[in-house]
Each structure stands twice: as C-alpha cells, then as structure tokens.
Design a protein around this ligand. Sequence first.
Ligand code: SF4
Ligand code: SF4
Length: 413
Amino acid sequence: MVAAGAVVRPLLNTATIRWLRHLPSGPAILRRRYRAPRVWWPDRPPVEIPADLRSHAGVRRDEQAAQEAFEDEPLHSFHHNFGVAVVWALAQLWQSLLFVGPRLVRAVEHAKRTGAAPTSAPATRSPDEWTDWVRDRARRIGMSTVGFAPYDERYTFAEHAHEAAGPNVIVCVLEQNWESNRTLPGPVGEQTALSTNAEIIEMASQLAEAIVAAGFEARAHSTEGIAVVHHYGVESGLGQMGVNGQLLTPEAGSRCRLAMVTTRMPLVLGAPRDFGIPRICDECQACVRRCPAGAIPVKRTWHRGIEKSKLNLARCFPVVSQVHGCSVCMKVCPIQRYGLAEVIRHRASTGEILGVGSDELEGYNWPIDGRRYGPGQRPKLEPDFFELEVLPVNRDGSMKSGPAPASVPTPLT
Ligand code: SF4
Ligand code: SF4
C-alpha cells in the first residue's frame, strides 16, 4: 500500500482529480457501510433547554466589527488561499479519493450546472406554503433537514461575490453514518465524509433544479461553496458553533455535511437559537483535550465581529491531510455521539456531561502507529510532521507575510 501510494500521489492533481468523473461509481453494496441514513430530523421531538444552560442565541456578534472586517478585508475561501495545499491533501487521501472521487467530482460539476433561468411563471403561494414545499422536497430527496436564512454578502468569498441566485439561503443538511463514523480516524471514516459530501451536494442540486422548475431562480453551491455555510447554519437556527469550530446540531452534533441553495423563492426565514451549546462546551472541553495536534484553543476569541473558537491551522491541517481526515474533534463530541437531548437528560440527573472521561467517548485508534489512545493519552507527533511546504502559515496559524500565495483552481470548487 505504501508503494502504491508513492506511485499514485504524484499523479493526482487538479486535472486528474477532475477526470475521475469519467470513472463509474463503486458498487452500491460496497457503499452501504457508510451510506448516509435517510432520516428526516424534524420528525424527532424538540429538545427542552434548561435555564442554567441558556446564554445567547446563535453566536455573540459585534455588527460594527463584522462590517468593518468585510469592508477592510473581504473573505477568501480556504481553497482560494491554500489551493496548492488542498490539492496536495486530496492526493494524500488517495485511497478514499479513488473510490469516492468519481461521485464527488460529478456532484460538484452538477452543482455548477444549476442556476438556469426558470422557463415558467411560479404558482401563487404564500411564503409559508413555499417553505413547506421546500421542506417536503428536501425530505423526499433524502436530506436530514433544511434551514432558511437571509443572504448576507459579508459571508461570501470575494472570488464568488456575484454567484448567489437570490436573497434567500437554504441550508441543506445530511447526517453522516453513525457506525462508520465510529471508525475515525481511518480510511472508512474518511470515505464516509467524502461520500456524504457527494450525497448532499447532489441532493442540493436536485433541490435547486426543482425550485427552478417551480418558477424561481435557484442555484446549488457545493460544500466548499461560495460562502461560510456555518454562518447560515447558525442564522437559520439549525445549531450553534462548538468549541471544535464546527456547527453543532442538536440531532447529530457536527456529524453531518452541509451544502447551500440560494434562491429568489419567497420563504419564511429562521433565526438564531440558543440550544445551550456554548455552556455545554465550557463544561465539556473533550475536543480540546483529545485533539492530537493541540489545535483547539481553550477560550473563544473575537474574530471579524464574531466570538468563536479559532483553530490553529498550522497544527490541524497536517493531521487532517496525513491521518485520513482526522476528525477526532467531531468523534469525541458528546452531542455528536449521543445527541443533545441525551446530554441534557444526563446532565440534569448527574451534573456531568455524558461520556466525558470515558474510553467509549474519548478513546480512538491512531492509524499511524496502530495503537489505541484512551482518555488522558494522545499520540506523539514530531515537529517535522507539521512542517509542510505546501502550507504557507506560521506556527500560530496566521498566514505568512509577503506576497499572497498564488490561487490555483481546486477540483472541488
Ligand atoms: S481535525 Fe484533528 S487535528 Fe484538526 S482540530 Fe480536529 S482533532 Fe485536531
Ligand atoms: S467535544 Fe465538548 S467542547 Fe468540544 S464541541 Fe463537543 S460539546 Fe463542545
């Protein structure tokens, strides 16, 4: 396998990865082990949030600072800033990429083809009725849920500034397979993530096409996308940001993949909600302790007008790219593992966060040395593991000064 990797990796570049779309998908039977469950979340009972967990809806924001950040320095996508590193990382994931890549690249290409002008006038319906119509479509397509938020240009990457198809954003969510997720970090977990990305991008494209057929402009955007999709996840009330830097949904934590549809369809928009997640994170901190790279800060800081946990890219990226997508921070999250309702029930009866300190939640097998690391133990990573020439960042994760890295096209945008 090592020898095969040495041959295959140098062959994988933007062009050859895009070419994978010509290959057939792997047999469906082999995909069953990591196929996304088709469970419509809104059918589940709502979660009651106790008063002592409540703090604020969504994220804490400073609107003036957010506006100034946008005007002074518009956002660029990770793929724009670090295209060379992205393509290099995809080549490291070659075992999964060769198997899932054909579907993933085809899904990205499908999303790019959406956005055609409607050819018929829409039926007369209220925003309430259209919102129900979208929910019903999304459920039938196989998504886990959808959220609705207003488009905000401040969270669009500058290189995609005029690609939104309308003033409304539909956040498309697909839960990731629970069983295969337990194998993280490893090749099956990595295939699960790539495959679920392919599925949700394809589903978002189908939804956008259905909206166009109903008479409204709409366009699907892939997971890497045109904008910070987590912003819309929070603003639509689908979840809150965890200390692990990910959108935590009450149903599955961050064990889900997101894509977006922008549209002119009139919709009833959601609003940020308080699920008690910031306070649970303060008591939990499992991801901070368990991250093998020490990339997750203990405290949130203010960044571009938002209070958030800012991961150290110089620590995280080398692990993600060389250890099967890592995702330990997602795996050890009790909200992902047990669901928010169970975490709240357990805390109410014991005063503790469910699973914290247990091997069941916090233990993981480390593919590099084949050992299991339980609570309190982390694999040792030598300094040279983090020295990647393809990633122009300083040790603290800030971008290196000097000329901006050349933007290279990546196969997933
Ligand atoms: S993906 Fe891995 S290395 Fe990166 S923050 Fe999460 S646990 Fe740490
Ligand atoms: S592991 Fe704990 S601290 Fe980290 S995101 Fe999940 S709940 Fe928050």
